[in-house]
Write a protein that binds this ligand. Structure first.
Ligand SMILES: Nc1ncnc2c1ncn2[C@@H]1O[C@H](COP(=O)(O)OP(=O)(O)O)[C@@H](O)[C@H]1O
Ligand SMILES: [Mg+2]
Length: 211
């Protein structure tokens, strides 16, 4: 599995001004590796991740998966590729606040062909130090707990491409270590793309892409 970005660009329009956030970006991303998109706040990490995750269109340039150039106007195809091949951990978690921890995880099964596996959910909750929160409303969780839940949800889906936007920005050191170990394990078989504005992932990633 390989994602190739060729001369990608993204420009946002703000009033009369254009802000060119991504400019002529070229890079290949391959399975079995972890890539770190690194740069200060506002450098375009989330923007680039959204394009690589097929959640946003580039203004110009091409993105191909396994040699096939994607058509960003074909939303149905993009959506099914996303559902089948991608797992996401969003910076703002994107959880359903009114659902319980368990219900947020269970929802994954509506989007995949995988069969519901209650034991897998319990094992993941244990791993992420969230077992005691299983039936609590998500709105009642702390920021760090929500981030771990978002990570657990991404792990529950057995996707090929794992995309994480600042996955440890809100967790304490002990829980950050849990996530770092999980990422090390994941990158053995998956394509992992992570953003971070600090150096915590420098040593475990295979390539640093400076923005
Ligand atoms: N939807 C949008 N409309 C206009 N400007 C945006 C939008 N999204 C992001 N930006 C701008 O693009 C720049 C990069 O943002 P972002 O990709 O979120 O950076 P990072 O994740 O590195 O902090 C910022 O200046 C931000 O204000
Ligand atoms: Mg960001």
């Amino acid at each position: 599995m390989r994602i190739q970005a060729s001369n990608l660009g993204k420009t946002y329009r703000k009033g009369k001004n254009n802000i060119e956030v991504i400019k002529d970006f070229c890079h290949a991303f391959e399975a079995g590796k972890m890539y770190l998109l690194k740069g200060a706040s506002g450098k375009g990490k989330t923007t680039l991740l959204s394009i690589l995750g097929l959640l946003d269109d580039p203004t110009y340039g091409d993105l191909s998966i396994d040699g096939r150039v994607l058509d960003f106007s074909d939303k149905n195809t993009l959506c099914s590729i996303r559902k089948e091949r991608y797992s996401f951990v969003f910076q703002d978690y994107a959880l359903f606040e009114n659902l319980s921890v368990f219900e947020n995880l269970k929802l994954i099964y509506e989007d995949t062909k995988e069969k519901f596996d209650g034991k897998k959910i319990d094992d993941l909750l244990q791993k992420m130090n969230l077992a005691h929160r299983k039936h609590h409303r998500t709105a009642e969780l702390s920021g760090g707990e929500k981030q771990r839940l978002a990570f657990a949800r991404a792990l529950l889906k057995d996707a090929e491409i794992f995309i994480c936007d600042e996955p440890i920005s809100n967790v304490d050191e002990g829980n950050a270590q849990i996530i770092i170990e999980l990422l090390k394990e994941l990158k053995k078989t998956k394509l992992v793309i992570v953003t971070c504005h600090t150096s915590v992932f420098d040593d475990i990633c295979d390539e640093i892409v400076e923005l």
